[in-house]
Design a protein around this ligand. Structure first.
Ligand SMILES: Cc1cc2nc3c(=O)[nH]c(=O)nc-3n(C[C@H](O)[C@H](O)[C@H](O)COP(=O)(O)OP(=O)(O)OC[C@H]3O[C@@H](n4cnc5c(N)ncnc54)[C@H](O)[C@@H]3O)c2cc1C
Length: 729
C-alpha cells in the first residue's frame, strides 16, 4: 500500500498507524493540495491535539506540554519554580533558529558547497555547534525539564547529545503551527495524498521491488524490477533510503563519492522497536502522545548509540489516537502503539530472539506506570524490529530514520537531492536534505521540484540562443546577471515568447489549450517551464493567467478604444512579465512590484509606437481610437492616404510615448529595491528601451513604416550612466 513508514496495519477490529502520528507544519500539506487547485480540507480533516505531549517521570511527576505558552510555563513552574523565564528565552532563540533553519534553508537545494559556505556565519551565530541537550541545558536546569525539552532529535532519528541545536527549531515549529492529527489517522492523510496523486495523473505500481538502477552513459536510464521487468525513463526520482539505493541498487563501479566504505562509515539513526497492541477495555485517562521517561537519559542514549545494547531502562513513546479521534479504536477497546528507541542493526542483536523479550519488558513497564492490568485485556499484539525496517522498509542497517541528523551529515553533507553520482537521478525523503519527519520529507520533495527542470539541460542553450537572437536589447543586459538568474530569465522569456508568437500568428487553439491545461493543472510542454520557475523562484500564477487571457482576447481582433483599455492591455501582456521577473530578481517588496508593472507597461507602449505599421499589417490597431478624429482602421495605416493622417498618427504616438515616460519614471523608482547587479540590468534595459521612444519622437513620420532602432554604440553608452547610478542606489 502507499505510505511507506506511514502505512496502516489492520488487525481484528483494530487499526494502527505504523509510524508518524505527530503532524507539525500542516501548511505543507495544504500547499501541496493548493498547487493542484484543490483544498486539503476536502480530502482530510486535521484535528487539534491537546496536550501535545504528556511526559511521565519515574518519580510520579507529570508535565503537560501544549498550546498556550502560559499554560506550559505553569507546568514548568510546578516542576521547577523560576524556570518559566528560561523556557520563554528558549522559545525566543528557537524562533531565530527557525527563521534561518526552516524558513530559509529547509526547502532550498544544498547541492553546491558554496550554498553551505554562505550559511556558516548564520549557523555559528545560531550556536549550531552545540548539541540540542547542551543548548536546552543553557535555558532549563531541572533534570526533568532538560530531558523533556531535548527529546526532539529522537523524533527524527538523532541523539540529543550529539544532534546540532539547529533541530531546536522544532520547538518553534510546534509553537507556530501546533500539533495535529488527521481524522481517521495518519493513514487517512496518506489516502488523501494518494487520491490527489491519482487525480493528477500519477500511476502507482504497488507490490513491486526495484532491484537495480540501469546506468547508461553516466546517467540513470531506468530501473530493473525483481521480476526482471525493465522500465526506461528520462529521469529517476527515488524516495527510498539513499544509502540503500547506492549500496544495493547501483553497482559500485558507478560510484565515486558514495563508495561502500564511505557508506559504511556514516552515522546511522537508531533502530525502532514498535509494539502495536489492542485492548478490550478503554484507558480514557491516557493522553494521545505520552512520553514515559526512564530513570536514565545519557546512559540510555549511550546504550542505544555507542554501546549498541538493549537497555534495561527504556524510555517509551505511547500512542493512543482515540484520545483525539474516538473512531481510532473499537467501541469497547483501545488501540495503541508503543515505541522504544533501540540500537540499529550495526549492533549484534538477534531480533528473532530479543523481540519478544523486549516486548515483555515494555509491557511490564507500562503495567507499572500508566496501563495497569494491561496483560489481562490484550486482544491484539504484534511488533516490528530493526529487522523489519531493513527488510520491509528497505533502510540500510534497519535504521528508523536513515542517516543521523548530526552537523556533518546535514545540508550539503547529507545525500544530495540531485545525485552526485549519476545524471538524471534525484532523491527525496528522510535520508536527503533537509531530513526525516513529515515536514522534512515534504520539504525534500519541494527541493527536488526546484532542481528538476521540465526538460533536459541541453534545452538551456536553446533558451539562451532564442533570447540572444530575438531580444538583443535584453540579451546585452543579461550579461551582467548572475548565471542562475540569467538562466531563469531565458526560460521565462522562452515561455512568454512562445505564447506571444502563438498570439501574433493567430494560433487560437494552442492558446486555448494552454489555458485549459493551466487552469486544470495538467502537464503542458511550455507552461511546465513556468511551473518549474514557480517552484524554483516562487513566481505567482496570476500574472500568467492574465497574460494568456489577454492574448486570447487579442485573437478576437484588436481595436483599442481608449487609454484605459490600452493600459490594461499593456499590463496584460507586459506588466505581467515585469511581475514575473520580480521573484527571479529577489524582489518581494509590494511597492517595488507596482513599479515593475509600470516598467513593463512603459516598454509595451514603446513597442506599440514602434510597430504601428507592422501591427496594422496583422489587422491590429493599438493606438487608442479616442485620440483620432475618426476611428482608425488598419488599412488607413497601410495605405498612408494623406499627410494629415500621418501627422495625426505622429501626434498620437507622442501622447502614448508621454504616458510611457511617466511609467519609465515610476519603473526607475522601483529599481532601488533590486540587488545592485540586477539594478544595472533593469536600469540599462529601461534606458535602451526609452531610447527607442526618443528615436521615434525625433521624426515620428519617418518611422511610420520603418522600424525605429537604437544603434548598438548608443546602447552600450547607456550602460555607463546605468552602472554608475546603480552603484549608488
Ligand atoms: C515509528 C515511527 C514514528 C514516526 N513518527 C513521526 C511523527 O510522529 N511525525 C513525523 O513527522 N515523523 C515521524 N516519523 C518519521 C517519518 O515517518 C519518516 O521520516 C517518513 O515517513 C519517511 O518518509 P520517506 O518517504 O522518506 O520514506 P518511507 O516512508 O520509508 O517511503 C519509502 C518508500 O519507498 C519504498 N521503497 C524503498 N526501496 C524500494 C525499492 N527498492 N523498490 C520499491 N520500493 C521501494 C518503501 O517501500 C516505501 O514505501 C516516524 C517514523 C517512524 C518509523
Amino acid at each position: 500500500m502507499p505510505g511507506g513508514r506511514a502505512q496502516v496495519y489492520y488487525k481484528k477490529d483494530h487499526k494502527f498507524d505504523a509510524g508518524p502520528t505527530v503532524i507539525t507544519a500542516p501548511f505543507l500539506f495544504d500547499e501541496l493540495f493548493t498547487m493542484f487547485g484543490k483544498k486539503r480540507e476536502d480530502y482530510v480533516e486535521f484535528l487539534k491535539v491537546e496536550p501535545w505531549y504528556r511526559f511521565e517521570f519515574t518519580d510520579g511527576q507529570k508535565l503537560d506540554y501544549g498550546e498556550g505558552i502560559e499554560k506550559t510555563i505553569e507546568e514548568i513552574e510546578r516542576i521547577s519554580s523560576g524556570e518559566g523565564q528560561g523556557y520563554r528565552r528558549l522559545i525566543k532563540f528557537s524562533e531565530r533558529i527557525f527563521n534561518v533553519g526552516f524558513d530559509k534553508l529547509a526547502d532550498q537545494p544544498f547541492n553546491k558547497f558554496l550554498t553551505m559556505l554562505r550559511q556558516i556565519p548564520a549557523l555559528l551565530s545560531l550556536r549550531s555547534y552545540l548539541s540540542v541537550y547542551n543548548f536546552v541545558g543553557s535555558y532549563l536546569k531541572h533534570n526533568h525539564l532538560r530531558r523533556a525539552f531535548s527529546i526532539h532529535p529522537l523524533l527524527v532519528g538523532g541523539n540529543p547529545l550529539k544532534t546540532t541545536s539547529i533541530y531546536c527549531l522544532i520547538h518553534y515549529l510546534e509553537r507556530k503551527w501546533g500539533i495535529w492529527f488527521p481524522k481517521g489517522g495518519t493513514g487517512a492523510l496518506v489516502q488523501s495524498l494518494a487520491k490527489l496523486a491519482v487525480e493528477v495523473g500519477v500511476k502507482f505500481e504497488l507490490q513491486k521491488q526495484v532491484k537495480e538502477v540501469i546506468v547508461q552513459d553516466g546517467r540513470a536510464a531506468g530501473i530493473c524490477l525483481s521480476n526482471g521487468d525493465k522500465s526506461y525513463c528520462d529521469l529517476l526520482a527515488f524516495d527510498a533510503d539513499p544509502p540503500k539505493v547506492y549500496s544495493k541498487l547501483i553497482e559500485e563501479k558507478y560510484r565515486s563519492k558514495w563508495t561502500d566504505t564511505r557508506l559504511n562509515k556514516l552515522s546511522y539513526s537508531m533502530g525502532l522497536f514498535v509494539w502495536y497492541f489492542g485492548t478490550n477495555k478503554k484507558y480514557p485517562n491516557v493522553k494521545h502522545h505520552t512520553i514515559i521517561m526512564g530513570d536514565t537519559f545519557k546512559e540510555l542514549l549511550a546504550e542505544i548509540y555507542d554501546k549498541k545494547v538493549i537497555s534495561d531502562d527504556l524510555s517509551l513513546y505511547l500512542h493512543r489516537p482515540a484520545a483525539t479521534d474516538p473512531e481510532m479504536s473499537p467501541s469497547k477497546g483501545d488501540s495503541f502503539y508503543v515505541l522504544a528507541p533501540v540500537p540499529n542493526k550495526k549492533a549484534s542483536i538477534d531480533w528473532k530472539l530479543a523481540g519478544e523479550r523486549v516486548r515483555i519488558q515494555i509491557q511490564k513497564q507500562l503495567e507499572k506506570s500508566i496501563l495497569p492490568g494491561l496483560g489481562d485485556c490484550l486482544e491484539v499484539s504484534f511488533f516490528v524490529t530493526p529487522d523489519d525496517f531493513e527488510d520491509r522498509f528497505n533502510t540500510l542497517w534497519g535504521s528508523g530514520f536513515s542517516i543521523a541528523p548530526i552537523l556533518t551529515q546535514s545540508a550539503w553533507f547529507r545525500f544530495h537531492n540531485k545525485s552526485e553520482e549519476l545524471e538524471d537521478l534525484y532523491f527525496c525523503g528522510a535520508g536527503t536534505h533537509p531530513g526525516a519527519g513529515l515536514p522534512g520529507v515534504v520539504s525534500s520533495a519541494k527541493v527536488v521540484e526546484k532542481l528538476v527542470p521540465p526538460s533536459r539541460d541541453t534545452e538551456k542553450i536553446r533558451f539562451q540562443e532564442l533570447f540572444r537572437t530575438k531580444s538583443r536589447t535584453f540579451a546585452l543586459a543579461s550579461l551582467v546577471l548572475p548565471k542562475e538568474r540569467a538562466e531563469a530569465i531565458f526560460r521565462l522569456y522562452y515561455v512568454c515568447r512562445t505564447l506571444d508568437d502563438w498570439a501574433d500568428e493567430g494560433h487560437l487553439e494552442k492558446l486555448k489549450n494552454a489555458m485549459e491545461c493551466w487552469e486544470n493543472h495538467q502537464p503542458h510542454e511550455i507552461l511546465d517551464h513556468y511551473r518549474f520557475l514557480q517552484a524554483r523562484w516562487g513566481l505567482h500564477s496570476e500574472p500568467l493567467t492574465k497574460l494568456i487571457n489577454t492574448m486570447l482576447r487579442e485573437q478576437d481582433g484588436v481595436a483599442i478604444t481608449d487609454m484605459d483599455e490600452l493600459l490594461d492591455y499593456c499590463h496584460g501582456v507586459a506588466g505581467t512579465v515585469g511581475l514575473m521577473t520580480c521573484p527571479i530578481f529577489g524582489v518581494t517588496n509590494e511597492k517595488a512590484i507596482k513599479h515593475a508593472n509600470d516598467l513593463g507597461i512603459a516598454m509595451q507602449l514603446t513597442n506599440i509606437c514602434r510597430d504601428v505599421h507592422e501591427d496594422a499589417e496583422n489587422g491590429r490597431v493599438y493606438l487608442p481610437a479616442e485620440f483620432f478624429k475618426c476611428k482608425p482602421h488598419p488599412s488607413h495605416f497601410l495605405t498612408q492616404e494623406s499627410d494629415d493622417f500621418l501627422d495625426e498618427v505622429a501626434s498620437v504616438k507622442i501622447r502614448v510615448l508621454a504616458e510611457a515616460d511617466k511609467r519609465y519614471k515610476s519603473g526607475e523608482k522601483g529599481i532601488s529595491y533590486l540587488p545592485w547587479r540586477v539594478r544595472i540590468v533593469v536600469r540599462w534595459a529601461g534606458r535602451m528601451y526609452s531610447e527607442i521612444g526618443k528615436v521615434i519622437r525625433s521624426n515620428p513620420s519617418a518611422y511610420h513604416s520603418k522600424r525605429a532602432v537604437v544603434p548598438n554604440w548608443n546602447k552600450l553608452l547607456a550602460l555607463i550612466p546605468s552602472a554608475c547610478r546603480s552603484f549608488l542606489k
